[in-house]
Design a protein around this ligand. Structure first.
Ligand SMILES: *Cc1c(COP(=O)(O)O)cnc(C)c1O
Length: 411
């Protein structure tokens, strides 16, 4: 099997699994226990809090563990809306957000909040000027994702954060896809709230966090015990949290390694994810190289192929392409039969025939959006796998086009 769907989820790293296992068996104590094993569990949860904080430049006590990225997004938006309703009921977000943000916004609209949905340009970029123009006296929150899960475009969140801070408006970013892939610093980028998840960075599913800037007063997500400083009640998912911590530490190491082997730092733009790499082998540099190799081969060897998303401001592992005249779903089914896992748009919408809201928002027609396929690369992928995938896609695209020309409808 060739797995090229890392934007949907990643395999759990061996180090992560090893670290998690004892917390399912020998070390089962409740972190709330006053006895030694309880204290040990509490300490390990707080160690993970430090590791996750370090990945985004936050202090440990600004990290609140949740049951994933979706939960963090729901919490951030709903709690700000509720806690700041006296100040205003207007929220600014974008049309290209994950459904965890968009559907929460739709819920808030039903509750009487007004949402401005910003457009992205044809590269999928949301411009800070557009955010600025949308600000009103009653705007309480700006929520713009750090990087898009479908097309990989990296947003100018440092600029948007500075703008929000200057206007005294809270800034939330869904960084589930960006964390661990590109450098993120919540202080430098003026981020008040940030959502992250473990399973996109080689950690376990069902665990994530919301970073809440110290001093920011928003209500709890769950009422109950005093876990997560009374903001997210419920006995902690100790093995999951331990796994998230180790996954964050590994991601930190990969990012540091990438910076260390980089070329002239003056030429790199970390906010754009454009670190100069390639002098020495490193995981992130390898993924970036494979991505560029794959895009180059597709563009030169398959006619009628278009790259979706920004060419440079792009997540290291994201390759999203449309093959003219070829249904993405048909291509994916045939790739699956050859053991290649890829995706059409986001995992949450594949299986339905609705074209991706992200691709529509960046100006593709519904037909073009249905032609899109996303390959998302990870640390374990090899050049041999990428080349085999390109060959298979090349053959399959030609085959599907030929069948279409001959008028064979069902494929
Ligand atoms: C995966 C993802 C989510 C949802 O995270 P879960 O941990 O799966 O709930 C939210 N936003 C983005 C951008 C994602 O890629």
């Amino acid at each position: 099997m060739i797995y090229l769907d890392h934007a949907a989820t990643t395999p759990v790293a061996a180090e992560v699994l090893d670290a998690m296992l004892p917390w399912f068996s020998d070390d089962y104590a409740n972190p709330g226990g006053i006895y030694q094993s309880g204290v040990k569990a509490r300490n390990v949860v707080n160690r993970a809090r430090e590791q996750v904080g370090a990945l985004i430049g936050a202090q440990a006590d600004e990290i609140y563990f949740t049951a994933g990225g979706t939960e963090a997004d729901n919490w951030a938006l709903r709690a700000v809306a509720e806690s700041f309703a006296d100040k205003g009921r207007h929220i600014i977000t974008t049309r290209i957000e994950h459904h965890a943000v968009l559907h929460t916004c739709a819920y808030l609209e039903q509750k009487g909040y007004e949402i401005t949905y910003l457009d992205a340009d044809t590269d999928g970029l949301v411009h800070a000027e557009a955010v600025e123009r949308a600000i009103r006296p009653d705007t309480i929150l700006i929520s713009v994702m750090a990087a898009n899960n479908e097309i990989g475009t990296i947003q100018p969140i440092a600029e948007i954060g500075a703008l929000a801070a200057g206007r005294g408006i809270l800034f939330h970013t869904d960084a589930v896809q960006a964390v661990g892939q590109i450098p993120i610093d919540v202080k430098q980028m003026n981020i008040d709230l940030l959502s992250a998840g473990a399973h996109k960075i080689y950690g376990p599913k069902g665990v994530g966090c919301l970073y809440i800037r110290k001093g920011l007063k928003i209500g709890p997500l769950l009422h109950g015990g005093s876990q997560e400083r009374s903001r997210r009640a419920g006995t902690e998912n100790v093995p999951g949290i331990v796994g998230f911590g180790v996954a964050a530490a590994l991601a930190c190491r990969r990012l540091a390694e990438e910076q260390a082997v980089g070329g002239d730092p003056a030429e790199s733009d970390p906010a754009a994810g454009n670190l100069i790499v390639g002098k020495l082998p490193c995981d992130m540099g390898k993924i970036r190289t494979l991505r560029d190799h794959m895009i180059r081969r597709f563009e030169t060897e398959i006619p009628g192929c278009r790259l979706n998303g920004h060419r440079d401001r792009r997540l290291p592992g994201n390759v999203n392409l449309s093959f003219e005249g070829v249904e993405g779903e048909s291509l994916l089914i045939r790739l699956d039969m050859k053991g290649i896992c890829a995706s059409a748009g986001s995992a949450c919408t594949s299986g339905s025939l609705d074209p991706s809201h992200v691709l529509l928002a960046i100006g593709l027609t519904a037909a073009q959006a249905r032609e899109a396929v996303r390959f998302s690369l990870g640390v374990e992928n090899t050049q041999e796998e990428i080349d085999r995938t390109v060959e298979t896609v090349k053959y399959t695209v030609a085959k599907l086009r030929e069948m279409k020309q001959k008028g064979i409808q069902r494929v």
